[in-house]
Design a protein around this ligand. Structure first.
Ligand code: NAD
Length: 427
């Protein structure tokens, strides 16, 4: 029989490596900061974790049940905000870790949001359009009790896009009885989305790379760049880097990579990827494995696929001098250490890929005001936010003589802890 002590201290849950990595990055910095230790367990745990079952009628008439999650990590600085991921590998730990990363990211770039994340365990490319719509509508209605324009505002992430956000908007709006533009971001422009949102994460990656290179008296022009992952983030980052004279010598997706020493034609690759859904048999370069691609000779590596793709074993062989984390959590803590020892600069995810949520914030503001911006305004404001965040991280790294990830976490954790402390505890 469980004793009183057992009930107070339940057996520690076994968490995934990714969850542990996210906590290690947080803990390591929190411990070194002069903060009231009592906030550590508060910031280590999500405020709310919702698991839902979504039964869907498939095209063949059978019913299939999909599991979904919405995790709200912390809302001391404002309503929860974070993407929704559709992928076969989605699990509770992953969504909890991503929600925590989102809290730090939103605080680091100064957005008035807390952090959240959602996910549905499914293979989006294997669902028909109708199945994906029914799944999205059911998932939206299942998480309705905890979301809303002032509570929690989702957005796209891996496996979801503007079409999924349109179904989310419609389902939410139907259930509240009026169109509620502020309930979700990443919508198509014709449905109250923001111009520039789709490419915003990739644009932010380019902005941060450019700012960092400038500190080294270098520039994007002429830099040899490898991009891992060719979805929303990777393809736009590659395109914008190429537009500024960068030579993107390698790109890849889940099934493998393409290498071309003279530079892959990114517009051609995007057109090919759009029609075939993969880079397989793309003729703009030589086929190469993902591992060969990211450990090959280049100046800059942009991991823009999924978490934990840069492991200890791979980090040792990385030849790039700069890693710009387009994906969330691509580098494990051991790999991070190896890269640092080898003199590789890592521009961390919570800084480098914050462009998406920043333009999501602009979209939310536009939707609440029903007043829409021009593309130039979006791009200029985004650049301002990214550059300000980079300058703050760069200054902190200089002042504390530490790496960029530690500097970014120090700023973000400091801001979130301050908000928690000022608000105090309810009731
Ligand atoms: P996406 O689904 O559009 O594309 C993912 C790409 O990565 C695909 O080309 C896929 O084939 C590839 N991929 C998956 N596993 C891979 C592997 N092991 N090796 C190589 N390629 C692999 O997803 P996305 O929206 O571009 O998101 C990518 C990453 O960026 C995720 O970590 C996501 O959380 C993060 N992110 C996305 C946004 C956004 O606005 N979409 C914002 C911030 C961060």
């Amino acid at each position: 029989m469980a004793t009183q002590t057992d009930l107070l201290h339940p057996v520690a849950e076994q968490h995934s490596n990714f969850w542990q990595n996210a906590h290690l990055y947080f803990d390591r910095v929190f411990q070194t900061m002069n903060l009231e230790q009592a906030w550590r367990p508060v910031l280590s745990s999500p405020k709310r974790v919702l698991t839902v079952s979504c039964p869907i009628r498939m095209d063949d008439g059978k019913i299939q049940v999909f599991t979904g999650y919405r995790v709200q990590h912390n809302n001391a600085r404002g309503p929860f905000k974070g993407g929704i991921r559709y992928d076969a590998s989605v699990n509770r730990d992953e969504v909890m870790a991503l929600a925590m990363l989102q809290t730090w990211k939103n605080a680091l770039v100064g957005l008035p949001y807390g952090g959240a994340k959602g996910g549905v365990v499914c293979e989006p490319k294997k669902l028909s359009l109708g199945e994906k719509e029914r799944l999205t509508r059911r998932y939206t209605s299942e998480i309705m009790p905890i979301v809303g324009p002032n509570e929690d505002i989702p957005a796209p992430d891996a496996g979801t896009d503007a079409q999924v956000m349109s179904w989310y908007l419609d389902t939410y709006s139907m259930m509240v009885g009026h169109q509620e533009l502020g309930c979700v971001t990443g919508k198509p422009v014709s449905l109250g989305g923001s111009v520039g949102r789709e490419e915003a994460t990739g644009r932010g990656v380019m902005n941060i790379l450019r700012k960092f290179l400038a500190t080294q008296n270098k520039q994007i022009e002429g830099s040899r760049v490898v991009v891992q992952g060719f979805g929303n983030v990777g393809s736009h980052a590659a395109r914008l880097i190429e537009q500024r004279g960068g030579v993107v010598i390698g790109i890849s997706d889940k099934n493998g990579g393409i290498f071309n020493e003279k530079g892959v034609d990114i517009e051609e690759a995007i057109a090919y990827y759009k029609t075939s859904g993969s880079l397989e048999d793309f003729e703009g370069g030589d086929s190469i494995s993902n591992e060969e691609l990211i450990t090959g000779e280049c100046d800059v590596l942009v991991p823009a696929a999924m978490e934990s793709t840069i492991t200890e074993a791979i980090a040792t062989h990385i030849k790039a001098r700069v890693v710009v984390e387009g994906a969330n959590g691509p580098t494990t803590p051991k790999a991070d250490e190896i890269l640092r020892e080898n003199g590789v600069t890592v521009l961390p995810d919570i800084l480098a890929n914050a462009g998406g949520v920043t333009v999501s914030y602009f979209e939310w503001v536009q939707g609440l005001q029903n007043f829409f911006w021009e593309k130039k305004q979006v791009e200029d404001e985004l650049q301002k936010v990214m550059e300000r965040a980079f300058d703050a991280v760069n200054a902190k790294a200089d002042e504390a003589d530490c790496d960029y990830r530690t500097a970014a976490y120090t700023i973000a954790i400091g801001r979130v802890t301050e908000a928690c402390r000022l608000k105090g505890l309810f009731p």
